[in-house]
Design a protein around this ligand. Sequence first.
Ligand code: HEM
Length: 400
Amino acid sequence: MTTMDSPARTFPFSTPDRFDIDPFFAQLRAEEPVSRITLPFGGDGWLITRHEDVKTVLTDARFSRAAAVSRGIPSIQPIPPIPELVMWMDPPEHTRLRKLVTKEFTTGRVEAMRPWVRETVASMLDGMVSTGQPADLVEHLSLPLPVMVICELLGVPYADREQFRHWSDAQMATTQFDVEAMVAAQHAMYEYFMALIAKRRADPKGDLLSALVRAHDDGERLSEGELVAMAITLLVTGHETTAMEITNFTYLLLQRPEKYAALCADPSRVPRAVEEMLRYVPLDVGGSYGRIAVEDVEMGGVTIREGDAVFVSSLSANRDLAVFAHPDELDLEREDNPHLSFGAGVHYCLGARLARMELQEALGAIVRRFPGLSLAVPEEEIQWRKGMIVRGPFTLPVGW
Ligand code: HEM
């Protein structure tokens, strides 16, 4: 039986290649669904691998984010959590902050942006075609699209993208950047947003940043630190993951030409295919930001003690046979798909609707326009990011 004293395994278990998932996750789901791990920075914790248990941790107030800040928590990143970030808060502070931004991410708001996103995708692909083959999809679409969308929504000048691109990468690093570089990037982002907030205060616009400045100034509903932290969170989370997934999904489809051809023949299948690719592609390297148990919890045959660190693996949950038929197969027609790629509970991804819409528009435009799309280099030449929280290729050279 697994207990606190069971030997902890080094985590992540391996450095995954492309979309590989360490087979050990399947073994743990079957034999030891709540197991001891040692994280690269700060010590041991519990790893949760079954869908049902992952969902419980994500939705149960006995697992706290705020306690992870106040008590300290091991991590796959070398820097400590920032207490003013919404993902490191519990209700009621979390609820107060999220309420200030949720109205920007409702179905209505996201759908209102869809025509503009469609036009933007079309003009980005025009740009790609005009440069000629082969062209890098990352440079022409995957990266600029989510950056432009979040800049527009938040009110950050798109012209500054090169600066915050580097800062944002540093926030998402595990081992790719050293601690000094990560901290320096945080400081640079804080300074950048302090200056931008001062500008919006003097000359408000119709964007989300101006609305947040108003919320701070009118009713002190968020502190200046929280205001800056929210802006940084939205900028970073708003583009990194979506950018990776546009590239990852395209790469995945190019590895399976018959599935790509089926989508080209019937692009109305794209939304369902996007859900399945969200489930199937292991975006992170296997863990997540952790939580601390604030009381003893029985789970998977073990007692998680009050004060223990707990980490969920959504990539493992997404392959759980108890929930998904033939979980290791990419089934673009899958109907029932309760994947956990956007999390669950109070921290459920704020931008999930926006991300889905961007992915649908990007993939929809690709399959409509380029039925002959192919990789322009041998697969082995594609360079994958390493030492980062999320996976994806640096570039995706394609021809059409
Ligand atoms: C494919 C793209 C995306 C994926 C896979 C993704 C995934 C996730 C996941 C798994 C979480 C929950 C983490 C946790 O439990 O703490 C999360 C939270 C969050 N996401 Fe996303 N995300 C994506 C795109 C976006 C976009 C476009 C935005 C836009 C602003 C965004 C904003 C956020 C924010 C602010 C949180 C923190 C929510 C909170 O703590 O209450 N994400 N995301």
